[in-house]
Design a protein. Structure first.
Length: 586
């Protein structure tokens, strides 16, 4: 188990050494205050037992990461336990693929549920018997109204509902009908089991909610054993109780469901009465978090699957190159609140930059190459120059990079008629080649038909090499480069936001798809990279000098056919936002 605690922000690395990630004292959030009070009053005999309860009907996203970090982190802080439970009560939308992806995501984030992997389907018989108990108590009944009729009978926020004509069936009739529902005598949707609560309740969730429905669909664990399935609002609190959960932490949209959660627990009266606590879900700019909307993007082919690097799914972020440390740090920084708000995606980008700044090796990559020929450099000569792997971490050492007469530089680093303050290469101007020499442009060779620049011809000053007699000579521009005869080719993918609008789910657009960014992916072919990257492993991360942080794609990249995803650019808008007018951190 990775010993990460989002409360005190320590990480236990592979050498089992704990490193302090933040020396600042962190204030107690409202969830911790509730748990502290429960512990003081001995509500649960000092126990703290949480759970992360995903529905296996899609892939997890960055919003779920917040819940994962919170539930596992709270358990770790209090020396308690956290379960992984799949609320698999709707077989029509669930799949073992989603189950496996969820487990992979939780492990990747650094958390371990040990032997506490549970499923709501583990309790189907027990949940059925609890429903029988409610019928015998006169608190549940079989209703023949259709879904539309139930909706019409429920009323509105300003008008009370009407009792179902089947509400006063006898206990004996309800028991018989419910048993026959289980036996498969009735067609799908023809009957439901409803709680008998209050059709005039100001909370619509308490107006005789549905507890069971008939649904013939093969379940990924129980097969065709069942043809009736419990509703989430019924199965969830009882699953919590069965597992001995003390604090059922969920997002704010379930606040109105809490009276029903408590009603189910109080009337079934299991041994443990969990306490539901709601916190604000994560909303992120330029992103949609609805699993239904994410599924639409996948199923209609707007993205290349759930793990597309543009997706906010954990698998998409992982494939893009985000680290678990950066996502945990992001979840720490946004904190836990009672009211909904939207977090700027720039903060997430800041977290990955900050993490990779100290980890990722620096390399040179030319994404839009043009050939540069050093006319006075000996033909056939190759020398190997020394370059730092990461100036932030000298212990990572140096590497040797080949230098020769013919190089590649970025096409945009040269301009025949430069604008003011253009400090890169232009005719008659000098620049330094990073880790190498100062060069001066003499002339260019163009395609006669198109006018496109084919080659830039320069001379170099051999005394300006590091350690040479003129190594201290100052020029305003420094360019990255790669040796033409040694460069490897790769495809580089540049990603933009999937949605142009900061709030793609706002009411201004009839359909969130109207705000889809059609230019969110740019593929660059025949990019030229240092030979150091020829054997780069899938998932390995680098800083391409001046371009940003990149990751070897884990799906499309193959030996001899490298594909790099840009994780994030070097420009840190969040860091700038956090600077005051005098450049001091806010």
């Amino acid at each position: 188990m990775t010993g990460y605690n989002p409360v005190d922000k320590t990480i236990k690395d592979g050498d089992e050494r704990e490193q302090d990630c933040n020396a600042a004292v962190q204030s107690v959030n409202f969830i911790q205050s509730i748990i502290n009070q429960d512990n003081e009053t001995n509500v649960y005999n000092g126990r703290v037992h949480t759970r992360f309860p995903p529905e296996p009907n899609g892939y997890l996203h960055i919003g779920h990461a917040k819940s994962i970090c919170l539930n596992f982190g709270i358990a770790q802080q209090y020396g308690g336990l956290c379960n992984l439970r799949f609320d698999d009560t709707n077989p029509a939308k669930e799949d073992v693929e989603y189950v496996e992806s969820i487990k992979e995501d939780v492990r990747w984030l650094g958390f371990d549920w040990e032997d506490r992997e549970y499923y709501a389907s583990d309790y189907f018989e027990q949940l059925y018997q609890y429903a029988v108990k409610l019928i015998k108590m006169g608190k549940a009944y079989v209703c023949d109204l259709s879904a539309d009729e139930i909706r019409d009978y429920r009323g509105t926020l300003t008008q009370p509902g009407k009792n179902s004509p089947y509400r006063d069936r006898s206990v004996e009739e309800n028991l018989d009908l419910f048993q026959r529902m289980r036996a498969g005598e009735f067609p799908d949707g023809s009957r439901v089991l409803r709680a008998k609560i209050d059709m005039a309740s100001p909370n619509l969730n308490m107006r005789d909610p549905v507890l069971y429905r008939i649904l013939r669909a093969t379940h990924h664990r129980t097969g065709d054993e069942w043809c009736i399935y419990p509703m989430y609002d019924y199965a969830h609190p009882l699953s919590d109780a069965i597992e001995g959960i003390t604090h059922s932490i969920c997002t704010l949209e379930f606040e109105d469901h809490r009276p029903l959660y408590d009603w189910v627990i109080e009337n079934v009266d299991p041994e443990v009465h969990p306490k539901q606590i709601e916190f604000a879900r994560l909303n992120l700019t330029n992103t949609v978090m609805s699993k239904r909307k994410l599924r639409k993007l996948v199923e209609e082919g707007y993205v290349d699957g759930w793990d597309d690097p543009r997706m906010p799914t954990i698998s998409g972020l992982r494939r893009r190159g985000y680290t678990p440390e950066s996502i945990r740090d992001f979840c720490d920084r946004i904190g836990v609140a009672k009211s909904n708000s939207t977090v700027d995606i720039a903060l997430l980008e800041h977290c990955i930059r900050e993490d990779l700044m100290a980890k990722a090796p620096r390399v040179m990559a030319v994404l839009n190459p043009v050939k540069l020929v050093i006319e006075n450099y000996p033909e056939g000569k190759v020398e190997y120059l020394e370059a730092e792997n990461n100036p932030e971490r000298p212990e990572l050492g140096t590497r040797k990079i080949p230098f020769s007469r013919e190089l590649y530089i970025e096409r945009e680093d040269f301009c025949e008629v430069p604008p003011p303050k253009f400090f890169r290469l232009s005719p008659g101007k000098e620049v330094r080649l990073k880790n190498a020499y100062i060069i001066k442009c003499n002339n260019v060779i163009k395609d006669e038909a198109t006018g496109e620049i084919l080659e830039i011809h320069c001379t170099y000053d051999p005394d300006t090499k590091s350690g040479g007699p003129a190594s201290g000579k100052k020029v305003k521009g420094t360019l990255h480069w790669v040796s033409a005869g040694h460069a490897i080719e790769a495809e580089v993918r540049l990603y933009g936001y999937l949605f142009n609008d900061e709030d793609p789910e706002s009411e201004e657009a009839a359909d969130f798809m109207e705000k889809l960014n059609k230019d969110s992916l740019q593929r660059l072919y025949c990019c030229k990279l240092e030979p150091e990257l020829a054997n780069a492993e899938p998932g390995s991360r680098y800083q391409f000098i001046r371009h940003g942080y990149f990751c070897v794609d884990t799906v499309c990249s193959k030996p001899g056919n490298l594909v790099f995803n840009r994780i994030v650019s070097l420009k840190d808008t969040w860091a700038k936002l956090m600077k005051g007018p005098e450049g001091k951190t806010k």
